[in-house]
Design a protein around this ligand. Structure first.
Ligand SMILES: [Zn+2]
Length: 358
């Protein structure tokens, strides 16, 4: 008898029941709101202490990772340049650096991952793969310095990229591997940062990426697939690097990314999926890139004429572009990456200034 649910209650329970995804989503919302409420209830001083980034502890944790990682990391054996990149990049973001010995060990290790025919594998002796190549190159650039940068064989690297180039215009991840937007971004980005990007590498990449933008507005991994946060970042960033970003439907892309943020404030990777911390990076990265494209977005939305007043937005845009190309022309080799990073920030500021004047 006690197992029987009264009729009225059973109906209410049934109404509450949603799909598996909906129920997972409700659970996440309730957990997040509990944390928000807890946070709101404590005094401002304690709030500050909770939010404080424990920089020293993070640096200690990251540096320790170079010497010994936990057992669970064995699954990442084919991703070892990524481990280097995540740790080095995080240390750099925390405005610290590794000591000379660790730096040299890292360079030597990545060099052992470099394939004689170009590109980097997931570990010494593994076949070269575009994702680990991207991670290795960015690790070496983060380390900087002659020994690190000169360890990259740019000639064989270029041959590797050309070998990964597919007839569709896109790139494949490795010999016999899949062609997708991630491969396009890692190839274009690595070539750009090493200053070896040319017409042969960029040929039809734009066509391939445009063909991956879906009816939702985001970008899919390959033509016909579903729009996805990681691929949207890769596609958008690659289109910026090859100067063809105007070919994407940017208002549709903004619409898509804006609605990937849920009421709990996190980002989901695809429509009707749970929010996930990693998408704060991918979708957040899309938002950051979009900020530098405001004039192109205005143009696509037919707002350029409306916003145009005493100052000409077009001429400002031209001057921004000419600033970039002048800078890029004066940059040799790998140092362009770091400068380009600052250039993006600077450009963001310039655009803001333009808008304030208007
Ligand atoms: Zn994730």
């Amino acid at each position: 008898m006690e197992n029987q649910i009264p009729m009225a209650m059973a109906t209410a329970t049934e109404i509450e029941r949603g799909t598996k995804t909906q129920e997972d989503q409700w659970r996440v919302e309730s957990q997040v709101f509990q944390i928000y409420n807890l946070f709101r209830g404590i005094p401002p001083n304690s709030q500050f202490a909770i939010l404080e980034l424990q920089r020293d502890k993070h640096i200690e944790y990251l540096t320790k990772g170079f010497k010994q990682l936990g057992r669970s990391f064995t699954v990442l054996d084919a991703n070892r340049p990524w481990l280097c990149y995540w740790m080095l990049h995080s240390i750099a973001l925390l405005r610290d650096c590794v000591d000379d010995k660790l730096e040299n060990d890292c360079i030597d290790f990545l060099n052992r991952c470099q394939d004689p025919k170009g590109g980097y594998g997931g570990g010494p002796g593994q076949m070269p793969h575009l994702a680990t190549t991207y991670a290795a190159v960015n690790s070496l650039i983060t380390l900087g310095g002659h020994r690190s940068l000169s360890s990259i064989n740019r000639r064989t690297f270029y041959d590797f990229l050309l070998r990964m180039k597919d007839r569709s215009g896109g790139f494949r991840m490795h010999d016999g591997g899949e062609v997708d937007v991630r491969a396009c971004y890692t190839a274009i980005s690595a070539a750009s940062v090493l200053n070896i990007l040319d017409d042969e590498l960029t040929q039809n990449v734009g066509d391939y990426i445009v063909s991956c933008q879906t009816y939702e507005g985001g970008i899919a991994g390959e033509p016909g697939s579903e729009a996805h946060g990681g691929y949207t970042f890769c596609g958008l960033a690659a289109m910026i690097l090859i100067n063809e970003v105007h070919r994407l439907d940017l208002p549709a892309l903004i619409n898509w990314v804006a609605f990937r943020q849920g009421i709990e404030c996190g980002f989901q990777g695809r429509t009707n999926k749970l929010v996930d911390g990693c998408y704060s990076f991918w979708q957040g990265g899309v938002a950051a890139l979009i900020q530098r494209l405001q004039l192109i977005v205005n143009d696509q939305m037919g707002l350029s004429n409306i916003l145009e007043c005493e100052c000409s937005t077009d001429s400002d845009y031209d001057s921004i572009n000419s600033d970039i190309s002048a800078d890029e022309q004066s940059l040799e080799g790998t140092s362009s990456h770091v400068n380009e990073m600052f250039q993006i920030r600077e450009e963001g500021k310039k655009l803001k200034r333009t808008q304030t004047v208007c």
